[in-house]
Design a protein around this ligand. Structure first.
Ligand SMILES: [Zn+2]
Length: 458
């Protein structure tokens, strides 16, 4: 009985505390909380930061909460998102053959307020271009930014800054970022993420072109930090890898985090007195979901969480900024608990030093010491069969099988379930803070995001 009362008391205290000193999570890796509280009753924000956790369905949020929980306390600790939950949205696509959305269709719904077919980049079902909130912002002389950990030409950012009948045309999407002018300006002022290969091509060098037009170009974390401090650099192109960036737990010191990129983008864009629109994507939560890789999924949730805290902190000191964080769909059918087991154990996930994807690349190198790589990076005991599966896959040089052979033991020990290698159709949560955020309360459709932002940017 006493215990029960204590628990209630502890929960109440924590909840009260969180309201003022967000964020309180466990051991490190949190962003220093803003202490200022905005006191205005503004209903229209000047700036909008729209954040998309690609594939971040409800089970990813709940699994992330177990990952962040401080086991020394009895209650399940709250995560940064919990203080900002507003509602949920439906994600269905307008596609002849599929009623579960892909990232392109969902992003077009959120960027332009238009339902469309899977693979469409800011075009409607008739393949006609539709205006995006980023373009509307630019037409109102606001600054604009796109930040992603995938190629910055990937489906989600593309649906804000480009138009194409297919998400596959990533070179044409990069061309759009440069070629499509609004008020005689390039429409995206800050572009940060992966995908250098789509900007520096045989047929065209967009990096040189952007530089010629006054953009500062950066390729690693140090250069990014320098450019952040350089107040003369207003427009910024940062491409940190040929394709997608490494996942958070696989990054070396040269790679910026999503939080750092978000911080830089905000610093650059917020100098415009007309305001700004910034889209930030935690791109690879989805990629880990497709691979049924819980290690990668939890790595990317943490990366996105920290970026969210960064944006919230800015909004709390700025008082003119709306932050919305949501997902485009869920991926993989992730479940906490599997095979009738009433448990979801995070320790095996935490014991992984890298993602299976990263380890696969190491294992496939000539002369790789397979035993040593396994021992150093998989922090729990594998069975002989499990080791044999990995070794057989390495001998066969089968990339998919190698990753699979590493993922399975983690899924098995953590009781992580997966039902598909594709997307799933659940509603996704919406989090938010700032002027106008009350409009996101309750149940809505993904197209409502754009409809509301358009009204703010009238
Ligand atoms: Zn996906």
């Amino acid at each position: 009985m006493m215990k029960a009362i204590n628990k209630v008391l502890a929960t109440t205290l924590t909840a009260g505390l969180l309201a003022t000193t967000f964020p309180v999570t466990h051991t490190g890796n949190t962003v220093q909380a803003a202490t200022k509280v905005c006191k205005s009753n503004k209903k229209t924000p000047k700036n909008v930061i729209f954040m998309i956790g690609d594939g971040m369905g409800p089970s990813y949020i709940a699994a992330h909460r177990y990952m962040r929980d401080n086991k020394a306390t009895k209650q399940l600790d709250r995560i940064s998102f919990d203080d900002y939950l507003l509602g949920a949205q439906t994600t269905i696509a307008d596609d002849e053959h599929q009623n579960i959305t892909d990232s392109a269709s969902a992003a077009t719904a959120m960027s332009a307020g238009v339902k469309t077919y899977n693979s469409a980049i800011a075009v409607d079902v008739n393949k006609h271009e539709v205006k995006t909130v980023l373009e509307q912002a630019k037409s109102k002389y606001k600054s604009t930014g796109l930040v992603a950990t995938s190629e910055v030409t990937h489906a989600t950012p593309a649906a804000y800054g480009a138009h194409d009948e297919s998400r596959k045309n990533m070179a044409a999407i990069a061309d759009d970022y440069y070629d499509e002018m609004i008020n005689k300006q390039h429409k995206v002022d800050v572009i940060l993420g992966g995908g250098k290969d789509y900007f520096e091509r045989k047929d065209r060098n967009l990096i040189k072109a952007f530089e010629k037009d006054g953009y500062k170009y950066v390729t690693n974390k140090n250069e990014l930090l320098k450019a952040t401090a350089d107040t003369k650099a207003k427009q910024l192109l940062g491409l940190f890898s040929p394709g997608g960036m490494p996942k958070m737990i696989d990054r070396d010191d040269n790679m910026p985090s999503l939080q750092q990129m978000t911080n830089t983008a905000i610093k650059k864009l917020s100098t415009n007195k007309h305001g700004f629109f910034l889209m930030v994507e935690g791109s690879q939560i989805d990629w880990a979901g497709h691979a049924n890789d819980i290690t990668g999924a939890m790595s990317e949730m943490q990366d996105f969480d920290l970026a969210f805290q960064e944006a919230i902190n800015f909004a709390k000191t700025d008082c003119n900024t709306l932050v919305i964080a949501t997902a485009d769909h869920s991926t993989g059918g992730l479940s906490m608990g599997q095979g009738g087991e009433y448990n979801f154990f995070v320790d095996p996930i935490k014991k992984m030093k890298h993602t299976p994807e990263y380890l696969r690349a190491q294992l496939m190198k000539d002369g790789a010491d397979v035993d040593a790589i396994i021992k150093e990076n998989i922090g729990f005991e594998l069975t002989e069969d499990e080791i044999k599966n990995i070794k057989d896959a390495v001998a066969a040089k089968d990339a998919v099988k190698i990753e699979d052979a590493i993922e399975k033991p983690v899924n098995k020990r953590s009781f992580t379930g997966w039902t598909t290698g594709g997307h799933t159709g659940e509603d996704v949560y919406i989090y938010g803070y700032g002027p106008g955020s009350e409009q996101w309360r309750g149940s809505m459709d993904n197209t409502d995001n754009a409809k509301r932002i358009f009204k703010f940017f009238k």
